[in-house]
Every structure is written in structure tokens, then in C-alpha cells.
Design a protein around this ligand. Structure first.
Ligand code: PRP
Length: 178
């Protein structure tokens, strides 16, 4: 028996309905033209990016970026390091950064600044969940799925020690032996 049992916090149905609503908002906001490039932040965003991008009704391209901030621990150091940059040229394009979770906000703040240096037409942000109580820096999330408390969540891209990323729902890890 597994030591760690995720309990459902946000169901698959709730996620899918919210992702569709966000996709409709994004499609409307970018309908007037310009090139939209969605940039997924590895690894956690891969499922949210896949679902969100497939529900858009406007043209878009996909890029990925990778950063490192936590090292081997679970507490953010606040220091963000670029591990893999985008491959394509984003100059003059509308950039939408896609994150699974915003915790302290350091990662997203760093990415906004770094990507702006590539001279895109605009930079906006989407995140499936935000831990509002954990914010250490002020960062705008233009398209937010859900606010959650200060709990360790897994599923829909989110992991605990690389486990549980492919759960269709978001669950909370509760140690069984306290
Ligand atoms: C998570 C998440 C964000 C970052 C947010 O990534 O995907 O990139 O942490 O934290 P912050 O707001 O405190 O900066 P993680 O380091 O867990 O890597 P992963 O996506 O590969 O699991």
C-alpha cells in the first residue's frame, strides 16, 4: 500500500470545465490578430498546456522553457535559473506563459522579465492553480484556474517526487502516519 494517498481537491470535471472557460477567454482576447505563442514551463505545465491549447479557437504555436528553482528540496530558494530557453524566435509575437502552479511567484516573475528581453509584442500569464497565501512577490496571472490553500498538491502535471503527475484530477498529499 502506498504511504501517500492523494485526496481529490479539484475534480477532473471541475478542471475540464475551467480549462474550457479559460480557453474561451483567451480565444476572445487574442482574436484581433497577431501571432500567439504559448510557452509551457517544464515539466509541470505539460498537461494543462496540452488541454488548454487544444481548446483554443485561434491559431497558436507551442514552445517550452525549463527553469530550476527548488534544487532537491521542496521549499523555494527564490533563485531561479534558466535550464532551457525557447527554441523559436518570439520577437514581435504575443507570448502566453503557461504554468501549472504559482507558489511564491519567483519563477513567473523571473520568466516574465526574461521573456520580455526577447522583445515580444506582449507577455501574459496563465496558471492552473495559485497558492495565494504563499506569494512572496507580486505577479499578475491573467488567466487563473483556481486558488488553493498552502497544501502539497499533485496530479494534472503536478508531482510529489516525480510521482502522480498523470492523475486526471488535482489531489492533496496527506501522510498516512501523520
Ligand atoms: C513548480 C511550478 C513552477 C514553480 C512555481 O515547478 O511548475 O514552475 O514550481 O513555484 P514558485 O512560484 O515558488 O516559483 P517545479 O520546480 O516543482 O518543477 P516541475 O514543474 O518540473 O515539477
Amino acid at each position: 500500500m502506498s504511504e501517500l494517498t492523494p485526496e481529490v481537491l479539484i475534480s477532473e470535471e471541475q478542471i475540464q470545465s475551467r480549462v474550457l472557460a479559460l480557453a474561451e477567454d483567451i480565444s476572445a482576447d487574442y482574436a484581433d490578430g497577431g501571432e500567439l505563442v504559448m510557452i509551457g514551463v517544464l515539466k509541470g505545465s505539460f498537461i494543462f498546456l496540452a488541454d488548454l491549447s487544444r481548446r483554443l479557437s485561434i491559431p497558436r504555436t507551442i514552445e517550452f522553457i525549463a527553469v530550476s528553482s527548488y534544487g532537491n528540496g521542496s521549499v523555494s530558494s527564490g533563485a531561479v535559473r534558466l535550464v532551457m530557453d525557447v527554441r523559436g524566435n518570439i520577437e514581435g509575437k504575443h507570448v502566453l506563459i503557461v504554468e501549472d502552479i504559482v507558489d511564491t511567484g519567483h519563477t513567473l516573475k523571473y520568466l516574465i522579465g526574461m521573456l520580455k528581453s526577447h522583445r515580444p509584442a506582449s507577455v501574459r500569464t496563465a496558471a492552473l492553480v495559485r497558492k495565494a497565501e504563499s506569494a512572496e512577490v507580486d505577479v499578475t496571472i491573467d488567466y487563473l484556474g483556481f486558488d488553493i490553500g498552502d497544501e502539497w498538491v499533485v496530479g494534472y502535471g503536478l508531482d510529489f517526487a516525480e510521482q502522480n503527475r498523470t492523475l486526471p484530477y488535482i489531489g492533496v498529499i496527506k501522510p498516512t502516519d501523520g
